[in-house]
Design a binder for this molecule. Structure first.
Ligand SMILES: *[C@@H]1O[C@H](CO)[C@@H](O)[C@H](O)[C@H]1NC(C)=O
Ligand SMILES: *[C@@H]1O[C@H](CO)[C@@H](O)[C@H](O)[C@H]1NC(C)=O
Length: 603
């Protein structure tokens, strides 16, 4: 079994990075089954095969030889282009020559004609429009289609769609007019795939991404995933939409702390240290700082945050204390994704107390977050110069190696950390995970067994051991470990919700037991209402059940909880893809059943 995927940079701050890995794996494995549209490019073959075996006598894969609706589908060969619906790449317009005068009929003249004559005349105008289009005289072609529309006794979607093609090819293109014409065409024929694609292109050009996604999604599904370009368009527009929304959200929302689970995982990655001693005559700020550190000790993070801010404002009277205060305030800034603010506080903390290795280690995380690996490494070197026997430094250097996939350097550094202090459970756990990532599975399992013996009461060991067992599809053993972790944590307040989420994943992967998985995730949420992995898992489970509205609600919550832009983009991608799909099902109820069939065929 291949090791799990690479962790994201965020994980430099969390101990055992594997749970996010697992969730990402879960998501990527299920992405195909669930997000039919998002994954359309990747699964086109699967979907086509499904359709080939049920509905179509033709071989899948080559859209060209499909004999679809003749009216619409004559675009693939250049020779056929003189009739039918215009398509193809954007062509350079040839400006009008005054050779062929078109004198439009007046309304009175049209009214005087018989229906048959009007149909004939409209057909003739369309043919002339097609010819002009072929000659790249788009303005003239559009004019002829306009006349065809006026003279035709009934609405003809193809006239509008062809005129839209002209507007799309004009220089400069007339995107608003393209949208208007496609609106008209689709009003009369909602299944008109070409008009959908055309309108989607125009909407994308107008930066109206949500509507473009709606149209590309519909076109892709209606076309039964046979159109590679449309499927790629779905992915492209989805990315633009999610990125744009993520930037807006990141720029406008109030900074706030991540979940209790996340914060306690962060602080657990540092060994406990003695509290600093204030001078005999301590100031009010000194006292507030001590209260902040007490709150931190009690895992009351919101309180610790407001107290440390207060302490810094009131003024901490001695340098060592002030360095601690800035270290803590900088940490909270880091956790609220205020990377610049965190950097300033940590640097100031180090200026006051250059031997505060923890500030150096945290500054390394800040550099990693900014993508500056070399500077992060320098911080560790600096910290080792200050105190070569600080086990935290090696542990966190190991973490940085881990997230950059240098597992053997990571393993060495975890081992070094353990040799300096063997009581810190995460160095052992991470060593085992690094060994696993290097492909040394039996070694990794042995490390886990040893660690379980050495730390019989630590739920974390069982939890992460279970994750690696789950990765090997050893479901029985994995669930046993998760159960043990849940049992060990029961007395704690609050317990760690992650083993519950992991067990939910196991229940889903093992028995496809979605109901049980949901119950477990809800238990996790009862412990920590903003536990991100529980929310993300519930969203995916709802999609599996085809409960689109529920999935969307969970995705919205996931967006709300997401830290940093990468997480936001990921959550928004699912949210927007689901919304587009829901909209499709509502617009094309007759397709809903087929869509369900595609999804289950891919599961
Ligand atoms: C830890 O990582 C560093 C590179 O950052 C490497 O030079 C060193 O050998 C590793 N092992 C130990 C025990 O420090
Ligand atoms: C696994 O690790 C052990 C001890 O660290 C080592 O002797 C062995 O060669 C490794 N095996 C593989 C396949 O890397």
């Amino acid at each position: 079994m291949a090791p799990t995927t690479t962790a994201t940079q965020d994980l430099s701050v969390t101990p055992p990075p594997s749970y996010l890995d697992r969730l990402q794996d879960f998501v990527s494995e299920n992405r195909r089954a669930i997000l039919v549209c998002t994954a359309a490019a990747a699964v086109a073959l699967g979907a086509a095969a499904y359709y080939a075996s049920t509905t179509s006598p033709h071989r899948p894969g080559s859209g060209k030889d499909r004999q679809k609706d003749k009216r619409r589908d004559k675009s693939s060969s250049k020779k056929k282009k003189s009739v039918g619906d215009q398509d193809g790449p954007i062509l350079e317009e040839i400006k009008p020559e005054e050779e062929q005068q078109n004198v439009p009929l007046t309304l009175e003249e049209i009214a005087a004609m018989s229906v048959d004559d009007r149909i004939k005349r409209a057909g003739c105008l369309k043919s002339r429009g097609n010819a002009q289009y072929q000659a790249r005289r788009f303005t003239q072609a559009a004019e002829l289609y306009t006349q065809a529309i006026q003279v035709s006794p009934k609405p003809e979607p193809i006239f509008h769609s062809n005129r839209a093609a002209c507007y799309l090819n004009m220089s400069p293109p007339q995107f608003e007019l393209v949208v208007e014409d496609c609106d008209a065409a689709l009003r009369h024929d909602p299944n008109y795939i070409k008009a959908l694609n055309r309108r989607a292109n125009a909407l994308e050009a107008l930066s109206r991404y949500a509507e473009a996604l709606r149209d590309f999604t519909a076109a892709t599904i209606l076309d039964k995933f046979q159109n590679e370009a449309a499927a790629q368009s779905v992915e492209r527009v989805l990315k633009k939409l999610a990125t744009e929304k993520a930037q807006t959200i990141a720029a406008t929302r109030d900074p706030r702390l991540p979940s209790q689970t996340f914060i306690s995982a962060y602080f657990a990655a540092f060994r406990k240290r003695a509290q600093p001693t204030p001078p005999e005559t301590s100031s009010q700020g000194d006292q507030t700082l001590l209260l902040a550190l007490d709150a931190l000790e009690a895992a009351d993070y919101a309180h610790a945050l407001s107290l440390v801010n207060e302490a810094v404002d009131q003024g901490v009277s001695w340098d060592i204390g002030r360095a601690e205060a800035l270290n803590l305030r900088g940490t909270f800034k880091f956790l609220t994704s205020d990377i610049k603010g965190a950097k300033a506080d940590l640097e100031e903390s180090l200026a006051l107390n250059p031997s505060l290795t923890q500030s150096l280690v945290k500054l390394a995380s800040v550099h990693m977050e900014e993508g500056n690996h070399a500077q992060a490494m320098e911080c560790f070197e600096q910290a080792i110069k200050v105190d070569s026997s600080d086990p935290d430094v090696y542990y966190h250097r190991g973490q940085v190696h881990f997230i950059t996939n240098d597992y053997s350097a990571a393993a060495e550094n975890y081992t070094k950390s353990t040799s300096l202090d063997s009581t810190f459970v995460f160095s052992h756990i991470q060593l085992a995970v690094a060994q696993y990532k290097m492909g040394n599975v039996s070694n990794s399992m042995a490390t886990f067994r040893r660690t379980m013996t050495a730390f019989p009461n630590r739920a974390e060991v069982c939890n992460y051991y279970g994750e690696l067992l789950l990765d090997q599809q050893r479901f029985d053993d994995a669930v046993e470990k998760f159960d043990r972790a849940i049992e060990l944590d029961k007395a704690k307040s609050p317990p760690n919700p992650l083993p519950l989420v992991n067990k939910a994943l196991a229940m889903f992967q093992w028995h496809k037991d979605i109901d049980r998985a949901e119950v477990l995730c809800r238990e996790a949420l009862a412990i920590d209402s903003s536990c991100e992995p529980a929310v993300a898992t519930l969203a995916q489970l709802a999609l599996q059940k085809g409960e689109m509205e529920t999935a969307i609600e969970w995705f919205e919550k996931q967006v709300d909880l997401a830290r940093g832009e990468a997480e936001l983009v990921a959550a928004l991608t699912y949210l927007e893809a689901s919304k587009a799909q829901l909209q499709f099902v509502k617009t094309y109820p007759q397709m809903a059943v087929q869509l369900q069939q595609i999804a289950s065929a891919m599961m």
